[in-house]
Ligand binder design. Structure first.
Ligand SMILES: [Zn+2]
Length: 83
């Protein structure tokens, strides 16, 4: 995954989704990052969660949230980007 800082992601996401509330997204991301650091797992398959997707959708891993296997071109918050 491509590491990105939380602020950079919030800016990017809100630019692409004008209806999104930056403060709310930031709070959701903080929570998801905290969950991931605490070892939260995907509610479907038990894998490590994808913090960005979990902030936007539900607590899940990249594959379950997107239906894709290749995450090399997708972002993850830098402080929880381990792979
Ligand atoms: Zn999963």
């Amino acid at each position: 995954m491509i590491p990105i800082s939380m602020e950079a992601y919030v800016n990017k996401h809100c630019k692409n989704n004008p209806g999104e509330e930056p403060n709310q997204l930031r709070e959701s991301l903080k929570q998801a990052v905290k969950d991931k650091k605490n070892g939260a797992i995907c509610i479907n398959c038990g894998q490590e969660i994808w913090a960005i997707g979990s902030a936007i959708a539900y607590q899940g891993c990249f594959s379950c949230l997107t239906g894709e296997v290749d995450s090399s071109e997708d972002y993850e918050i830098d402080e929880v980007c381990w792979s």
